[in-house]
Design a protein around this ligand. Structure first.
Ligand code: SF4
Length: 350
């Protein structure tokens, strides 16, 4: 550990002596209790966990009693905490410890990480709290503190970012007093370096904190970038004859499959060709309303322009006539139309 990492740890430990949480019911307890608390705390706040923890410990005071219980009994004592996979893994793990580890909680990082429901951070927490070993942790609170202090680039879903965070956690974790240090880092994350409006003025790390020094707390941890949706455009053709409009039935698959809509072309230049192909005639559009409606799909947005074409006479025949229909404007509601097309007609009627 270099001098600045040592001084980082000294400040964290000093803060812990004065302000840290030191009387939680699972602190300075055996590995079974520490493990149970770590699993309960994975998705849940401390205040919520405490009564569940005490109730669970009363019913299942040790690994043996948990391993021998029925899964229904375990789940019943978990009821209300949510994320029930955690309870199933606890039960399974208790049986593995009974059957393969002689009923004693394993003491090596590899053996602990191999147990169901225990990742690297939870394994580090259990071994440091229960056996005073020196292992780094990286729960949500610690990640946030480190990401802000060291202005870590990237978001948690990126492996390079996680590698850097693990590297930083390893670098600042001291070889001694690791339990207090790990608890302190979690406490600083949950009490001081909170998600919004971190309390930097009272933070023991402000001297080391790049985000504090550069006034960039709000930029870290970096968020997953929101991808701009691709943008598409289409031009719908509204052929009118008196009070009738020409609808087109869309193909059965694809967007708005099987619904009645309006024929579409890419741009104004394609109108004539479309009319010649399907109506055996051509008629210029009276007006084109650009981007009359914007519709959001999950993966893209669609700007719909509309060309309004008033026909003096009906075309003699329509190619692909099964999929075209002249409909009275008043009867449009009797046909299944996609929402944006329905909106388009409503806006035109206004
Ligand atoms: S100084 Fe502020 S941003 Fe930096 S670790 Fe402390 S609370 Fe978090």
């Amino acid at each position: 550990m270099d001098a600045s990492a040592a001084s980082f740890a000294t400040r964290v430990l000093g803060w812990y002596q004065r302000y840290g949480r030191r009387s939680l019911p699972w602190q300075r307890q055996n590995a079974y209790r520490v493990w149970l608390s770590e699993i309960m705390l994975q998705q849940t706040q401390v205040a919520t966990v405490i009564p569940y923890y005490q109730n669970f410990i009363t019913r299942f005071p040790n690994i043996k009693s948990l391993a021998e219980a029925s899964i229904d009994d375990v789940l019943q004592h978990w009821q209300g905490l949510g994320y029930y996979a955690r309870a199933r893994n606890l039960h399974k793990t208790a049986q593995i410890i009974r059957d393969r580890h002689g009923g004693r909680f394993p003491r090596t990082i590899d053996a602990v990480e191999a147990l169901p429901g225990i990742g690297r951070s939870t394994a580090g927490a259990i071994l440091s709290f229960a056996f005073a070993q020196s292992w780094p942790i990286l729960d949500g609170n610690v990640k946030r503190v480190l990401a802000r202090c060291f202005r870590v680039q990237g978001w948690y879903g990126q492996s390079a970012t996680m590698q850097q965070l693990w590297y930083l956690s390893e670098s600042v974790t001291p070889g001694e007093n690791t339990a207090d240090f790990n608890q302190a880092m979690m406490d600083i994350g949950s009490m001081v370096c909170v998600k919004s409006r971190p309390k930097c003025e009272i933070c023991p790390l402000k001297k080391f904190c790049g985000s504090y020094i550069h006034h960039s707390q709000a930029l870290f941890p970096q968020k997953k970038p929101v991808k701009a949706k691709p943008h598409k455009t289409t031009l719908m053709l509204l052929h009118r004859h008196g009070e009738q409009v020409l609808l087109w039935r869309r193909p059965p698959s694809g967007i708005w499959g099987g619904l009645w809509s309006l024929p579409e072309v890419d741009d104004e230049d394609a109108i004539k060709l479309w009319q010649q192909s399907f109506l055996s005639m051509s008629h210029p559009p009276g007006t084109i309303q650009e981007n009359a409606i914007r519709h959001q799909f999950t993966h893209y947005s669609l700007d719909i322009s509309i060309a309004i074409i008033e026909l003096e006479r009906l075309p003699r025949k329509i190619s692909d006539s099964d999929n075209y229909l002249w409909v009275d404007i008043d009867a449009l509601e009797n046909h299944g139309l996609p929402t944006p097309v329905r909106k388009l007609f409503a806006s035109l009627q206004e």
